[in-house]
Write a protein that binds this ligand. Structure first.
Ligand SMILES: NC(=O)c1ccc[n+]([C@@H]2O[C@H](COP(=O)([O-])OP(=O)(O)OC[C@H]3O[C@@H](n4cnc5c(N)ncnc54)[C@H](OP(=O)(O)O)[C@@H]3O)[C@@H](O)[C@H]2O)c1
Length: 346
């Protein structure tokens, strides 16, 4: 019997988001049908990404089996998050895949002096765990939360929480995209909204790891299978603005050099980076085992891809979860009268 699956990929027009979609198309059986729900903050980028996906599915002769829908959502705006929930709720009874891929940092440039020092003293480390990207401190949203916290953690978490009935009905696989850099040192329990740190991006990924550890079992009881993944290191569109022709190619050269030196994380291509997220969604565990691990996309020297699993240090998970749950309840209250059905004529 033909199955019809619905996949939501947040931030679909990013290099990783697009390649997650490509891999889902590649994995699609000819008997099945897939609706790809692409998300962006702007209609223009939705159009661009749907055109790219259509071209890909035509090239791979899957166009008969894939269709497209879109959702405009800005995770730094809770009314927009709630609107996204209403739209998905109205359109789909069941959702089968939900990829939390959208993310942002509050970058203001590159500290070139620091970058040069790091590259000279330890080039491999400099392109694996860079500390020379300058992040602004204390950036809030209009909702009054830390911007990176809301965009990368709380906004997506709140949307998933609202969508539990649809995810449950679809026995969905929820995939969070974390990072290699999600180290415990980047998160202070005194600063869960990441307002006092100059490493809010890394801190947000650490929060993602902890939130996953605290939620996957409860979701499993509802028939929803959540996984934690990271894409290694690949070329990202968001950092191009800080690079010119020369620095971009120098960066690429260092990435290939790192891979030759044995760095398994330098996937470089978005397609290889999307390996782990799509692996957990489509291939990994028929019995949904080992959900406590973090699944990373890795590449051998010759470019052959593989998956690496790692344990996650759970320190602080309970405190983070308690904070986020309380915040979610506050927002349930604040948003309870926010969207009314304007079509009802009184
Ligand atoms: N690049 C790497 O080496 C690397 C390493 C580790 C982890 N990652 C993770 O991989 C994922 C994808 O990275 P990428 O570099 O491909 O992405 P990117 O180029 O930085 O693009 C970010 C995406 O997120 C969306 N987005 C940003 N802020 C948003 C907001 N407030 N609300 C809704 N959507 C928002 C953007 O959509 P619109 O602009 O269309 O709205 C865009 O599609 C991210 O989770 C990133 O943290 C990347």
């Amino acid at each position: 019997m033909r199955t019809h699956k619905v996949a939501v990929i947040t931030g679909t027009n990013s290099n990783l988001g697009l390649n997650i979609a490509y891999r889902l198309i590649d994995n699609l059986d000819y008997e099945d049908k897939l609706t790809l729900v692409v998300t962006s903050r702007t209609l223009l980028r939705v159009r661009e990404v749907i055109d790219l996906l259509k071209a890909y599915s035509e090239k791979h002769e899957k166009n008969m089996y894939v269709d497209y829908d879109y959702l405009l959502v800005d995770f730094t705006d809770m009314v927009s998050v709630l609107g996204a929930y209403y739209d998905l709720n109205n359109r789909y009874d069941a959702i089968h895949y939900f990829f939390v891929n959208a993310a942002q940092g509050v970058y203001s440039g590159i500290d070139w002096m620091q970058a040069t020092k790091e590259i000279i003293s330890n080039p491999l480390e400099a392109v694996t765990n860079p500390t020379y990207k300058i992040q602004r401190i204390g950036v809030n949203t209009a909702d009054g939360m830390g911007l990176v916290f809301q965009a990368n953690v709380f906004g997506p978490y709140y949307l998933i929480r609202k969508l539990i009935p649809q995810l449950s009905k679809g026995n969905a696989i929820v995939v969070w995209i974390s990072s290699l850099m999600a180290e415990p040192k980047y998160l202070s329990l005194e600063d869960i909204e990441l307002l006092k740190t100059d490493a809010s991006y890394e801190g947000s990924k650490r929060l993602v790891d902890l939130l996953h550890l605290m939620t996957f079992k409860d979701l499993k009881a509802l028939g929803i299978h959540q996984y934690l993944t990271h894409p290694g290191i690949f070329t990202s569109n968001s950092f191009f603005q800080y690079l010119n022709f020369f620095t971009y190619y120098a960066m690429l050269m260092f990435f290939y050099f790192a891979r030759l030196m044995g760095s398994r994380w330098h996937n470089i291509s978005g397609y290889k980076a999307a390996n782990a997220p799509v692996y957990v969604a489509t291939l990994a565990n028929p019995n949904f085992e080992r959900q406590e691990l973090k699944y990373g996309s890795a590449t051998y020297r010759d470019g052959m891809e593989y998956i690496v699993t790692e344990e996650v240090d759970p320190t602080g998970a309970y405190d983070v979860y308690k904070y986020i749950i309380r915040l979610a309840e506050d927002w349930d209250e604040k948003l309870k009268d926010q969207i009314v059905n304007s079509r009802i004529i009184l």
